[in-house]
Write a protein that binds this ligand. Structure first.
Ligand SMILES: [Zn+2]
Ligand SMILES: [Zn+2]
Length: 373
């Protein structure tokens, strides 16, 4: 009997997931088969599940798609020639690892320019579950890691709860903050106190950013942001209009505006507001707006007159993942990271996890592929 494992199939917006059993593949030279220890419900998975973010790649409903990307696991089998991680640490079976969920091709113009996150071929291995090697999303008992997906050993003192979000939320906000180079004396506005927003607070705080202002509609999320080090919070109910929120940010920044604003919400409507909150020369870091259908009107002269820069970010250079793991290992105990994952579900309860997170009943759900329902 060949060894088998469960992979989750996404069938369409708000449709029940299917759980199918497939043979566990043998890794080709340079590749690795990972035994997934934990996979999380990231905001972008939720957007896809709601039908707001198109991941169908041309398929029609009912889809047959792999889903999930934020995860951590351990080495189940090593392909020929894989002896070390991307930081040069030796690898053996059972080692816990974190890895990029995308795979830059290394040959296109983006990759050759050193801007690997812009590689348009980065998701070419996100095959539907029926196609070999079957385990192509985080929501499965295994995950097939292709050479080209940077992987790093997880330090022993970083538990799965903390390592899980490292390959998406944490590495992504590190990439954003690296680009804006915010530091002591600077002010940062964070639009959205979800998984990305909370991680961004911790990283910004650790870099000495002097004023971190977080905006959200849910009070408990803002409380969590404060526990991670936010200096000020803006609750939508208390500042219900764009004008009121922009004015509040100006007040909190001596009338000047914020040096950086991070869009971590995923709604196009927040973009003009975020740009208005910036000071002259400020940086707008857009990470949350992945939904392809949304549109927004804004006044582009605000960018020209203010010398403002807009960055769109999806995916990150490998070193950001190394930085994320080092940050968790050396500084993680300074922040209540263990509180981000609020609920754990067996993999086969994924429907419940999505419904609960969608309804705001949980902050961040984790799926445990080896726990029975
Ligand atoms: Zn994600
Ligand atoms: Zn490429």
């Amino acid at each position: 009997m060949p060894e088998t494992g469960i992979a989750t199939v996404f069938r369409g917006a708000r449709k029940p997931f299917e759980f199918r059993e497939y043979p566990v593949p043998e890794p080709a030279p340079g590749d690795v088969v990972v035994k997934v220890r934990m996979a999380n419900v990231c905001g972008s998975d939720l957007h896809a599940w709601r039908g707001e973010y198109d991941i169908s790649r041309g398929q029609k409903e009912p889809y047959c798609l792999s889903i999930g990307h934020e995860m951590t696991g351990e080495i189940h089998s090593l392909g020929e020639g894989v002896t070390h991680d991307a930081a040069g640490q030796p690898l053996k079976l059972g080692d816990r690892i974190a890895y990029q969920y995308f795979c830059p091709c290394g040959k296109c113009r983006s990759c050759l320019r050193g801007t690997t996150p812009r590689c348009s071929a980065g998701l070419r291995f996100r095959y539907p579950p029926p196609e070999y090697p079957h385990f192509n999303g985080a929501y499965g008992q295994y995950y097939y890691l292709h050479r080209g997906q940077a992987m790093f050993k997880v330090p022993d003192n970083v538990p799965d709860d903390l390592a899980g979000p490292a390959n998406c939320a944490l590495a992504q906000v590190i990439d954003g903050l690296n680009r804006s180079a915010l530091t002591v004396g600077d002010a940062l506005v964070i639009q959205g106190a979800g998984g990305l927003g909370i991680n961004a607070v911790a990283v910004a705080r650790d870099r000495g950013v002097s004023k971190i202002i977080v905006i959200d509609g849910v009070e408990s999320r803002l409380e969590m942001a404060k526990e991670f080090g936010a200096h000020e919070t803006i609750l939508l109910a208390e500042h219900p209009t764009t004008e009121a929120r922009v004015q509040r940010v100006k007040q909190l920044t001596d009338g000047w505006g914020a040096d950086g604003v991070m869009e971590l919400v995923g709604h196009a409507a927040v973009v003009p507001e975020g740009i208005d909150m910036l000071c002259s020369g400020g940086h707008y870091l857009m990470i949350g707006n992945i939904n392809q259908k949304q549109r927004v009107e804004f006044n582009p002269s605000a960018l020209v007159h203010g010398g403002k820069t807009v960055h769109g970010l999806m995916w990150y250079p490998p070193d950001c993942l190394r930085q994320a793991l080092t940050f968790l290992s050396t500084r993680g105990d300074q922040y209540p990271f263990h509180r981000i994952l609020s609920h754990r579900y067996p993999l086969k309860a994924a429907d419940q996890a999505f419904h609960d997170q969608d309804a705001g009943r949980v902050q961040r759900a984790a799926l445990l592929p080896w726990e029975s329902v």
